[in-house]
Design a protein around this ligand. Structure first.
Ligand SMILES: [Zn+2]
Length: 291
């Protein structure tokens, strides 16, 4: 089945529907207006509730009562860019429908822009994804696990150039992931304290750094991976590990290498998609709303 047919079957925005809907810059601007302000809204200048009309040849709308102007793209990543809106929209669309991420090269080919522009747009879209995901406390039963990017898991705590990432995943729910400095007690425990509701069940591996969690008010259980124990009662870390597998495979196949400096953005990109899985239209609108 083609990608378009797959999306069609799921009732999602297909490539052809996308191009029909956002055929030119005016259609994109209308969508930004709708998502950010509403085509009908209370005018900030005259205070009346009314309709706003597009001004011919200008990226602006005006109030039907007092003619005050609204620039929907003002203060957004779109405003200072020479890249047309419909190119931005298509780039955002590609980020929303992919499973493995979009490389700078792919973006360059798909959009017909220079590599430099494509790379910069990709980074900006990742920042939008981080912003749009919003923060929600995780609760219920969560799994926490750390992963090491840029090489195999080191035997000792001393690791030279590896980026350590911590992932916390609700069973069947949302994921939070971040880059941490060290996989020691503070490095692992602080993000849990910050993002997981007290009283929740937390499953981890045997890393000693996690053992304080019980004193912190969590129901903590660990599996002993060192002893090849992968399940202990309700405790296992399979969900967060499959998130790591997808993330690592994607980084490897799509981007080859991501430097530690940018790792957090790629993580946020993946958690955003994972947290809104299957909701193509919703993801798209969330991103447009957060420009
Ligand atoms: Zn007005």
């Amino acid at each position: 089945m083609s990608k378009d047919a797959q999306l069609q079957k799921l009732g999602k925005l297909t490539v052809s529907e996308f191009f029909a809907r956002f055929s030119d810059d005016d259609a994109c601007l209308a969508h930004i207006m709708e998502v950010r302000y509403g085509l009908r809204h209370e005018c900030k200048t005259c205070g009346k509730y009314g309709t706003f009309h597009k001004l011919t040849g200008r990226p602006a709308y005006s109030c039907s009562h007092c003619r005050a102007q609204v620039h929907p793209a003002a203060g957004t990543v779109f405003q200072d860019s020479h890249t047309p809106l419909r190119v931005w929209f298509y780039a955002i669309y590609l980020f929303v429908v992919t499973r493995h991420g979009v490389s700078g090269k792919e973006l360059q080919r798909a959009l017909g822009v220079t590599y430099k522009t494509a790379w910069r747009m990709g980074q900006q879209i990742r920042l939008l994804m981080a912003k749009a995901d919003g923060f929600q406390v995780l609760k219920g039963h969560v799994e926490a696990d750390e992963a090491y990017m840029g090489g195999p898991r080191p035997r000792k705590q001393k690791m030279s150039n590896k980026t350590i990432i911590l992932g916390i995943k609700e069973r069947g729910g949302r994921t939070h992931a971040e880059v941490i400095d060290r996989a020691n007690t503070d490095g692992l425990r602080r993000p849990v304290l910050r993002t997981v509701e007290r009283g929740s069940t937390v499953s981890t591996d045997e890393s000693r750094a996690y053992t304080l969690l019980t004193r912190d008010g969590y129901i903590h259980g660990a599996v002993r991976h060192m002893n090849r124990e992968y399940v202990r009662g309700v405790h296992h870390t399979n969900s967060i590990e499959s998130f790591w597998r997808l993330f690592k495979n994607s980084i490897r196949s799509t981007h080859i290498h991501v430097s530690g400096k940018y790792m957090d953005r790629y993580l946020k990109e993946f958690t955003f998609r994972s947290n809104h899985r299957g909701m193509v239209n919703a993801m798209f609108d969330l991103l447009i709303a957060s420009v």
